[in-house]
Ligand binder design. Structure first.
Ligand SMILES: Cc1cc2nc3c(=O)[nH]c(=O)nc-3n(C[C@H](O)[C@H](O)[C@H](O)COP(=O)(O)OP(=O)(O)OC[C@H]3O[C@@H](n4cnc5c(N)ncnc54)[C@H](O)[C@@H]3O)c2cc1C
Length: 155
């Protein structure tokens, strides 16, 4: 839930060193206090701050927020790994479509036109930023909502 720091405990001197963590035991609902000389946060990423992501629900960045509240410095926050394509469905969760791309899915707009360079490059090929930019530009240009097509393969 949160890190335990000297300042929070009202301990004078010694900076604001971390002395452990307050942890919620989800089974009993009881908050437990763990005292520790060293505390490591391994709470994953923050992909869920984006509207569309293939990240799991736990990727909410709460560990980073804890670190920030405790006075830690956060760095390189702009580096977020992403995959350019994921399932587009009004009800189902987004999930990564790398396997579809691997099976030869292609990027097509609603008019059935492939729009990537030379019209020959499969969806899974190319640097992610380049593929993502091409998709973004095409969606904005056409107003389409989705672009990954694998209808040439059997069910
Ligand atoms: C769809 C997808 C496919 C991927 N494919 C690959 C791949 O093929 N190869 C590869 O190398 N990497 C892949 N990755 C990336 C890889 O999964 C992550 O980089 C890696 O899991 C990150 O590890 P982590 O330990 O930092 O965080 P996570 O694995 O996310 O673990 C964080 C843990 O902290 C827990 N947690 C979060 N907040 C709290 C809290 N407040 N209190 C207590 N516990 C908390 C979570 O429940 C979770 O168990 C993929 C990621 C995704 C989303």
């Amino acid at each position: 839930m949160d890190l335990l720091t000297r300042r929070r405990l009202g301990v004078k001197g010694g900076g604001n060193a971390c002395g452990g963590a307050y942890v919620l035991d989800v089974e009993s609902g009881v908050v437990r206090t763990f005292l520790a000389r060293a505390t490591a946060l391994a709470t994953g990423g923050a992909g869920k701050i984006y509207l569309y992501t293939s990240n799991p629900d736990i990727a909410t960045g709460d560990g980073r927020a804890m670190a920030l509240r405790a006075g830690a410095r956060l760095a390189n926050m702009e580096f977020v790994q992403f995959h350019p394509t994921c399932l587009f469905h009004p009800k189902a969760k987004n999930f990564d479509q790398r396997s579809l791309a691997g099976e030869g899915a292609v990027l097509k707009n609603r008019a059935g036109q492939r729009f990537r360079r030379k019209n020959t490059i499969p969806a899974g090929a190319g640097a992610r930023d380049i593929v993502a930019r091409a998709i973004d530009a095409e969606l904005k240009r056409t107003g389409d909502e989705c672009i990954l097509d694998i209808t040439h393969r059997g069910r």
